[in-house]
Design a protein around this ligand. Structure first.
Ligand code: IPD
Ligand code: CA
Ligand code: CA
Length: 276
């Protein structure tokens, strides 16, 4: 098997898993769920998150039994995403659980194949709109098979941006409001749609010129990181430094407005490292 065929096989498996899990999520919207809390009173999980993860695990392991999977809901072992020697599936089985619980049809499934901390294959699937975002490193990014390109706006002033507020905002995340106030008055508008995966996919699709957030996990960002870069955009930490899957901040943009946005977000931070 050539390398190209291998990557296509991984992509096909990730797409199959994301689509089938997405069907479970779509079917579950608006039904009664067992809602539990995790790290904070605002960090929710339902039986649909867990069922989705189990289904994804079954599909991926039936095709690639030798590749381990790190899933948000921890139905398997835990892995060091940066240092795992071989390929690792990194999966968010339902990104946007709060939206799901409140019957807002704005969630997705994120599946990435990560090799030594770098996503090589990325899939984000929105079951409500049947939008499938896919990328293999070096092969561009697609939406339902059509090539994606980032937003053309050259200034923050002309850009529609997105952000998210962290689950621990009540205790440790209040600083994220400071970053919001540094940018919101100077751009076209800022959205917070409650799904990091969709926000990254929308940067790749040119719907948002940029997106930043704090305290995300590898399963929130792995697939979207690759999508943005393959669509021609740029991904760093908030201060412009190199992004990695354990970074505490992420800034993903079209590239055109990246440096300007870093400057605006960092204005006033003494050492450029402060975050929420
Ligand atoms: C969350 C969503 C949300 C972001 C949170 C994430 P979950 O993921 O992506 O937009 O603000 O930080 O944890 O819990 O719905 O999978
Ligand atoms: Ca998530
Ligand atoms: Ca999740």
């Amino acid at each position: 098997m050539t390398i190209d065929q291998a990557w296509t096989g991984y992509l096909d498996a990730a797409v199959a898993a994301a689509r089938q899990a997405g069907a479970v999520i779509k079917d579950g919207l608006g039904r009664a769920h067992a809602v539990e809390t995790k790290s904070s009173t605002t960090d929710l999980v339902t039986e649909v998150d867990r069922n989705s993860e189990r289904l994804i695990r079954e599909i991926l392991s039936s095709r690639y039994p030798e590749i381990p999977m790190l899933g948000e809901e921890g139905t398997g072992a835990s892995y060091d995403v940066e240092n795992e020697p071989g390929p690792l599936w990194v999966v968010d089985p339902l990104d946007g659980t709060t939206n799901f619980v409140h019957t807002l049809p704005m969630s997705c499934v994120c599946v990435a194949l990560v090799v030594r901390g770098r996503p090589e294959v990325g899939v984000i699937y929105d079951p409500y709109r049947d939008e499938l975002f896919t990328a293999i490193r070096g092969g561009g990014a697609q939406l339902n098979g059509r090539p994606l390109a980032v937003a053309p706006q050259k200034t923050v002033e002309d850009s529609l941006l997105a952000t998210g507020l962290p689950y621990d905002i009540r205790t440790a995340g209040a600083g994220s409001l400071k970053y919001f106030s540094r940018v919101a008055p100077y751009c076209r508008d800022v959205r917070a749609i409650g799904s990091a995966g969709l926000e990254l996919a929308y940067v790749a699709a040119g719907r948002f010129g940029g997106y930043w957030e704090f305290h995300l996990a590898p399963w929130d960002t792995a697939a979207g990181w690759l999508l943005v870069e393959e669509a021609g955009g740029r991904v760093t930490a908030l201060d412009g430094s190199t992004y990695h899957l354990e970074s505490s901040t992420i800034l993903a943009t079209s590239g055109f407005i990246h440096d300007e946005l870093v400057q605006m977000l960092m204005a006033g931070d003494r050492d450029g490292q402060e975050n929420a």
